[in-house]
Design a protein around this ligand. Sequence first.
Ligand code: AMP
Ligand code: GLY
Length: 422
Amino acid sequence: MKVLVIGGGGREHALCRKLKQSSKVSKLFAAPGNDGIAQIAQCAPDIKATDIDKLVNFARDNGIDLTVVGPDDPLALGIVDHFRKKKLRVYGPTGSAARLESSKGFAKDVMRRHAIPTAGHKIYDKPGPASEYLKNCDYPVVIKADGLAAGKGVTICHDVDEGEAAVKEMMIVKRFGEAGRRVLIEDFLQGEEISVHAITDGRTILSLCLAQDHKRALDGDKGENTGGMGTYSPLPQVSEEVQDQIQDEIMVRTVHAMNRDETPFSGTLFVGVMLTKLGPKVIEYNARFGDPETQTIMARMQGDLFDVLWAATEGNLDSVDVEWDPRAAVTVVLASGGYPREFEKGYKIHGLENDFGPDVTIYHAGTKRVGGEWFTNGGRVLNVTALGTDLVDARKKAYAAIEKIRFDKMFYRKDIGWRALK
Ligand code: AMP
Ligand code: GLY
């Protein structure tokens, strides 16, 4: 089978590597991919993940049997609907179903009507009423742009001044463009946040192993929010009971809700869940695999990813199963100075030629290869994923591998997994 993966980051590198291991995959393509992915797949670097027409043509011209969508933007643009219209098989939710991620207002409405636990909130489409609310509410509050803002449209505000500034940035300065036309003001939830992934065909839910991301740029969860600086799995601090509660009250209810609303969801449902004193609550929905959660999850997944994704598109996910490696996995993101804001590109990367051993995989998130040498080409540059007998061992192996890699302005968090190890 010929498989096309859409996207070009570390997540897509991990999906490609896992798909490549399947005996059913005869040829692997990626669009745009990246120079790291190009070592294992044929890339189409000139086709952006949002060039829907070009992607449709590419899939048709190359006889692609299955397309797997990595990032959120093409899903929000309805790439799945476009592919299906042309009778091309594609893994991911339709544009309507992807609104769970692309519109926070839509997601809140689904959760309210179907009693899915989440933070209380108000929605505003004008700055005046939002400011009025901010004068008398309890702090902290969380202010969010309604639409997609690359993980940056969320501000935690501790007083009315911070609140006003956030509303101004979104609704008047329009830092996030259309995405900030509507804002949500949400109650602040206290607790530990985890990443819950499931693959679903709209009927059956195949739970993937739990992971935890570290979203802040600096050690000790300090600094700005990023797309994610590192992940680990399993999460020994989450009891079976809480896991069951997440399944019953969040995952099952969400898939049922989408069916009842006649926008069935098939694809990857990735829920950011806050473990509060009052039980698990939804922080946000994503309609795709997490990055860098996927790197860690794929390290532990045993079984054929192609079979699973194919079954999800067939609607017979109940026919497949996966096992989980009992070992622990840790992924550390190597980023370029300045990320998540301005950063420079083009620094030479040293050390990738090292032998990192069988338990370590280096994924390329933002690199470029010029004449056999590697250079940085993004904010998140490389992801180092290690398997170990337990978290301590996996972490030791990941950081030992990082010792062998260097580039100017390289930075990374040194405390990935700290909540499980404290
Ligand atoms: P989001 O993009 O919605 O995942 O938000 C980014 C980050 O802001 C999350 O990972 C949380 O750490 C934090 N956050 C979002 N919503 C809330 C909330 N209601 N209470 C506390 N923290 C939140
Ligand atoms: N790592 C969080 C995300 O992919 O949204």
